[in-house]
Design a protein around this ligand. Structure first.
Ligand code: XBP
Ligand code: MG
Length: 259
């Protein structure tokens, strides 16, 4: 018996390393297709990731580089079109199975299902991106393992605002103290904490390794598995080699102690 009833996962950077070799080339392909001489290299994309959401990220890039497109009357519509093209390129890439899930993800999802722990997603990315990632990662039916997929423009404000986590909680019908969250970024962690979700594990990746993660009780390099043990940078895994339900249970008790 566990003290929490659901695990809420972020997608980009958490379920899979999607940013550098997934979203980034898809943005660049959309720019080339629209005959724009914009190109986001790996380092620049890292800076742009401070803004979540693809449309918001394009707008932020245009503003920071003071780009004005004289021929464009409706900038919002232009960005929306460009982003639709980006989504098409990204989905095409996912359909080749090029982006695998990170270490330990399927193991933890299986363990949770076997224990009757519910699964949910709270992400900034476009819903079809989530569906295609889950449908093309080599685990048949994986998408249906999730009771709730909260994604994209369905909330007024994207991470670090708490809105997408608040929506996921409402759709699960659970309180924040009944859930554990797995995230990868400072924006994601801030969003979860702002929604009252304090039982939070951050799994780092290349783009988020230098983030601060104030108030996060457990930061690890990966969820890990027996072949690729996890390393804790903040908090402790105890005797565990990787993040499993027992580790999450300890984390949950530590952040929501039973009076
Ligand atoms: C993910 C994002 C997304 C993706 C692109 O943030 O910021 O914008 O980079 O997706 P998080 P779209 O992992 O914190 O949810 O282009 O579909 O918006
Ligand atoms: Mg993320």
């Amino acid at each position: 018996m566990f003290g929490f009833k659901a695990i809420i996962f972020d997608v980009d950077g958490t379920l899979a390393d999607t940013e550098r070799d997934g979203h980034r080339p898809a943005f660049n392909a959309a720019f080339a297709e629209a005959q724009l001489d914009w190109h986001w290299d790996v380092a620049r994309y890292g800076e742009l990731l401070t803004v979540t959401g693809g449309k918001e990220r394009i707008r932020y890039f245009m503003d920071s580089d003071a780009i004005r497109l004289e021929a464009v009357a409706d900038e919002a519509a232009f960005i929306a079109d460009l982003h639709r093209a980006k989504t098409r390129h990204y989905v095409n890439l996912l359909q080749t199975g090029a982006i695998p899930l990170r270490s330990g993800i399927v193991r933890l999802l299986r363990e949770a299902r076997a224990a009757g722990i519910r699964l949910a997603i709270a992400t900034t990315t476009t819903p079809e991106n989530v569906a295609e990632l889950l449908d093309n990662c080599g685990v048949p039916g994986l998408r249906d393992w999730f009771d709730v997929i909260a994604a994209g423009d369905v909330v007024p404000a994207k991470k670090p605002a708490p809105d997408i986590f608040t929506l996921a909680l409402a759709e699960l019908g659970l309180r924040a103290d009944e859930c554990v969250v797995v995230e990868d970024s400072d924006n994601g962690a801030r969003a979860a904490l702002a929604a009252g979700l304090k039982a939070l594990v951050v799994t780092l990746n290349d783009y988020t390794a230098t983030h601060e993660f104030d108030g996060v009780p457990l930061v690890v390099d990966q969820l890990g598995d027996s072949e690729q043990p996890a390393r804790a940078l903040v908090g402790s895994l105890g005797d565990a080699m990787f993040v499993d339900l027992a580790v999450l249970e300890r984390l949950h008790r530590q952040t929501y102690p039973i009076e």
